[in-house]
Design a protein around this ligand. Sequence first.
Ligand code: FAD
Length: 545
Amino acid sequence: MRPAWPDREEQLARLRADDGAFDLLVIGGGATGTGVALDAATRGLRVALVERGDFSGGTSSRSTKLIHGGVRYLEKAVKHFDRSQFNLVRDALHERAVLLRIAPHLSNPLPIVTPLYNWLEVPYYLTGLKLYDWLAGRSNLQPSRFVDAKEALQRFPMLKHQGLRGGVLYYDGQFDDARMNLAIGLTAAREGAVIANHVAVESLMQQGGRVSGAEVVDRLTGERFEVPARAVVNATGPFTDAVRRMEDADARPMVTASSGIHIVLDQRFSPPATGLLIPQTEDGRVLFLLPWLGHTLVGTTDDEAAIEEEPRVHEEEIAYVLRHVDRYFDVPVTRSDVKAAWSGLRPLVSDPEAADTAGLSRDHIVNVGPAGLITVAGGKWTTYRRMAVDAVNEAVRVGSLSPSQPSRTATLTLIGGEGFSAQGAGALQERFSLDADVASYLNRAYGSFAPEVARLAHDGHGDRLVDGHPYLEAEVVYAARHEYARSTSDVLWRRLRLGVLDETAVAAALEHVSEVLAGELGWDGERRASDLSGARALIGAAAVP
Ligand SMILES: Cc1cc2nc3c(=O)[nH]c(=O)nc-3n(C[C@H](O)[C@H](O)[C@H](O)COP(=O)(O)OP(=O)(O)OC[C@H]3O[C@@H](n4cnc5c(N)ncnc54)[C@H](O)[C@@H]3O)c2cc1C
């Protein structure tokens, strides 16, 4: 299957073209923004999206990678008899099933064990997770159940044996967040949306007191131009209020950021097909330890945080996570086992009265400003599609738009998902003489487009970027030609996930990637030097004392 969407230059030309206003301009290319663009495009609306950095360069590539209703939110719903929280969990569980269906290559169900060391905890967690199953209804993946200590250890051998009573096993979805975001954006592009990364909104245009588009800058060339639109959606996550202030300098803040960090350990710290949920940390949070792309992700969320473009991880946060892993594991774990660490900012819809961000609602809101700017914020990755439906409904109303058909996102398979088969790796390996690990990885990451990447590998771009990882030079070429990658960090952090998995390996791959990109994109020496220094700045700098 050949890519059938415009490249970045074509997209920019369409964005600049002065042939009448777009129906909708979306600001922000995280999950929420690309979701809005896709929803609008499937309704037959003329839609443009601009992202000031890279697609999912913000929170949407820094999540725990779970497609979930949120067992923790369910616990809160029960404790506070909160009906709206129940509805949130139920809706998210429905969305979980949708996402697993429309992107089978980038997502999978994952069994997760909650280890229990006290018999009294068993009925509490088992009842809670049965309720989780019940709320999922027909969208449930597999029933939760009690597993005895023997089975818990079979599934998760590194768990501390002493005193283990057993555990509760439940199922959620898992995914590759940055590639999923890209798949949503590319699907929107295929459906006719104009999407452009590295284009920032600097101010909003207004006509007769109504928002009528935006002034933007292409950050790669410095070129400034206007993008007129009948409705503008602000989907900028943690930066929501900064864009709202472009409409109304006195807008009251609506979003609070809560930070979450993850560390990456190697594969030996988790079995390949089971995750672990530590239900109660020393300060009442939950901690997930999950197998992901041949590594182990460990992370937690909910620390109030300042809003910044590249949030950093603090050494004390890494120590906190390691302390908990150590507490639950018989295998020793130390700072030197940490291969990478990153931080993300969760945009929570803020209640000015709330003292701690963990108490805020995960629900999303759609707000219309005094000059008609539509803001969609809050929610979570899992619910991006529902947020998009609500935002586009509001845009249709505010902009008096005339969609030609209803949204098709509930059933529209995302780019790469059509005809995907998990068994496809074997055929790919044979057809293009690939190593087994490479074939299996390409099949999952690119789905039905994996043969396109494999063909590039076969035609002279078959070198691995770094030993011990399946990533190929062919992917750099493909990312530049068909996935809008315009820098080494776009490639290594979001098209390939090496940057979030292994800092030593990413440092070793930088030069090679930058050289291939320079050839593909016609960079001069100066451009290449600034690309490399931008990527180098991301390595190791994640952790600060
Ligand atoms: C640590 C952590 C773990 C999480 N884990 C999960 C999970 O497992 N499952 C789940 O469902 N959810 C999870 N979430 C929540 C989820 O990741 C977020 O809700 C979601 O990614 C938010 O997407 P967004 O598009 O609203 O924001 P973002 O992804 O931050 O996107 C906003 C974009 O707007 C762009 N932007 C800002 N200003 C401008 C401008 N002026 N012009 C152009 N573009 C602009 C930014 O560059 C950014 O890319 C987690 C969150 C965190 C922090």
